[in-house]
Design a protein around this ligand. Structure first.
Ligand SMILES: *[C@@H]1O[C@H](CO)[C@@H](O)[C@H](O)[C@H]1NC(C)=O
Ligand SMILES: *[C@@H]1O[C@H](CO)[C@@H](O)[C@H](O)[C@H]1NC(C)=O
Length: 376
C-alpha cells in the first residue's frame, strides 16, 4: 500500500514536465506562445512568454512557425524579436498584442522591435496585430511630445513579407521600416483618429525595394512618409484618410543630405486628407528627390491633392536646398476640398509639362500655364 502511494505521487509530478517537453517546439516546428506561459487574457503580462518563445524559435532549424493565436489579447510591455536566427521564421499573428498605457510603458522607443531577420513572414487574419493605447500619449499633459513611441518597427530586415494584420492607436508611427532591403506589406489595416498627433501610418527610411499594397490607412499624420535613404518604394491600391496623404519628406531637416528616388504611388484613393501626393523639403538641406511618380489617384474632398513644398517650414531661407526633379503627377481625378488643386512652392528652375490637365493652380513658380491661376 505504501509503495503504491509513492508511485502515484511521483507520477503526478513527472507527467506535467513530460507534457511540456513533448509539446514545446517539437510539433513540426510550431512554437505557440501559449506553451511558454502566455495567458492571453488582456491583463496578465505576457512579455516574458513572448521572449522565451522567441529565443526558442530563433535557435531552431528549418522552417518554424510562431503562433500568436486568434481570439486572445496579449498584454505586453515590450516585444523584441531579434535575429539572426537559424530558423526561417513565419509568425502567425492572429491574436491581439495589446500595448500598455503611458504610465506602464517600458518598451522604449517602440513596443515591438523586429530586427536582423532574413526571409521573415508575418501573416494575420485581419484582426490580429498590435493595439496601442495612444490616447494616453496624444494629449501629453506632462509634455511628452518627444517621448511618444511607435508600435511596430522593422530594422535591418531582408525579404520581409507582412500581410493581413491590423495596427491601431499608436502613440506615434504605426509601422516604421528602417535599413531594410526587400519588403512587401499587403492588406494592412491602420486605424487611428484624425486628431492623433505624429501617427504616421508607415514611416520608411534608409530602405530599398519596399512595396505597400492593398491597405487601408486612417491616421492623424502621413499615410505613408518616405524619408531620406529610400529607393524603389511603391505604394499601390492604398486608401488613405483621414490623414496627411502620402509624402516624400520632410527631406533636408537639420541640414541633412537626404536622397530619395524611384517612388511609384499608383492607384491610390485619398478620402478627406489634407494632402494627396506631397513632396516636402526643408531649406538648408541637400541631396535630392527624383523620379517620383503619383498616378491613377482618386480624390474625395482632398485639401491639397498635388503639393510640392520647398518652403517648409514657412520662413526658413538658408543657402542650400534638396533638389526635386523628374516628378510626375498623372491621372488625378475627384474632388478637392478647397480651391487649390495644385500647389508648387519651389526654389528654382522647375519646369512643368501638362497633358490634359483641368483645374486651378495656386502660387506656383513657375506658372503651370495649362491651369487656371489662383493668386492667394
Ligand atoms: C515598383 O514599381 C515599378 C514600376 O512599375 C516596378 O518596376 C518595380 O519592380 C516595383 N517595385 C516593387 C518593390 O514593387
Ligand atoms: C485600381 O485598384 C482597384 C481596386 O482597389 C482595382 O479594381 C482596379 O482595377 C485598379 N486599377 C488599375 C488600373 O490597376
Amino acid at each position: 500500500m505504501q509503495r503504491l502511494i509513492n508511485f502515484v505521487i511521483i507520477l503526478g509530478f513527472i507527467s506535467p514536465c513530460l507534457c511540456t517537453r513533448l509539446n514545446v517546439g517539437t510539433k513540426d516546428g510550431i512554437y505557440n506562445v501559449m506553451d511558454y506561459g502566455a495567458r492571453g487574457d488582456g491583463k496578465s503580462d505576457d512579455t516574458q512568454a513572448f521572449a522565451s518563445a522567441w529565443s526558442n524559435i530563433c535557435k531552431a532549424r528549418g522552417k518554424s512557425t510562431l503562433i500568436i493565436p486568434a481570439g486572445k489579447s496579449f498584454f505586453v510591455t515590450k516585444v523584441h524579436f531579434s535575429g539572426p536566427c537559424n530558423a526561417k521564421i513565419h509568425i502567425q499573428l492572429e491574436g491581439k498584442i495589446v500595448a500598455p498605457p503611458k504610465e506602464a510603458w517600458k518598451g522604449g522607443e517602440k513596443l515591438i522591435l523586429i530586427e536582423n531577420l532574413d526571409g521573415l513572414t508575418i501573416d494575420g487574419n485581419g484582426e490580429g496585430g498590435a493595439y496601442g493605447d495612444g490616447s494616453t500619449w496624444w494629449n501629453c499633459p506632462g509634455g511628452c511630445e518627444h517621448e511618444r513611441p511607435g508600435i511596430l518597427h522593422f530594422h535591418s530586415c531582408k525579404d520581409l513579407s507582412v500581410r493581413n494584420i491590423k495596427i491601431t492607436n499608436s502613440p506615434r508611427s504605426h509601422i516604421s521600416v528602417n535599413n531594410c532591403i526587400g519588403a512587401t506589406f499587403s492588406q494592412i489595416s491602420i486605424d487611428s483618429p484624425a486628431i492623433s498627433p505624429n501617427t504616421d501610418g508607415f514611416d520608411i527610411s534608409f530602405s530599398k525595394n519596399i512595396l505597400v499594397e492593398d491597405s487601408n490607412i486612417k491616421s492623424g499624420d502621413d499615410c505613408i512618409a518616405i524619408n531620406g535613404g529610400s529607393f524603389f518604394i511603391n505604394a499601390t491600391r492604398i486608401t488613405c484618410g483621414p490623414g496627411h496623404g502620402i509624402s516624400v519628406g520632410s527631406l533636408g531637416k537639420v541640414r541633412d543630405n537626404d536622397q530619395v528616388s524611384d517612388v511609384y504611388v499608383r492607384n491610390c484613393t485619398f478620402i478627406g486628407t489634407t494632402n494627396g501626393g506631397r513632396i516636402k523639403t526643408v531649406s538648408g538641406g541637400s541631396g535630392y528627390a527624383k523620379r517620383i511618380t503619383f498616378e491613377e489617384i482618386n480624390l474625395v474632398n482632398v485639401k491639397n491633392p498635388i503639393i510640392i513644398d520647398q518652403h517648409y517650414p514657412k520662413d526658413l531661407e538658408l543657402d542650400s536646398d534638396v533638389s526635386v526633379s523628374e516628378v510626375t503627377y498623372r491621372g488625378f481625378t475627384g474632388t478637392c476640398e478647397g480651391n487649390v488643386a495644385v500647389k508648387f512652392e519651389c526654389r528654382k528652375n522647375l519646369s512643368t509639362v501638362c497633358h490634359n490637365a483641368h483645374g486651378t493652380a495656386t502660387n506656383t513658380i513657375p506658372v503651370v500655364s495649362c491651369l487656371q491661376q489662383n493668386v492667394l
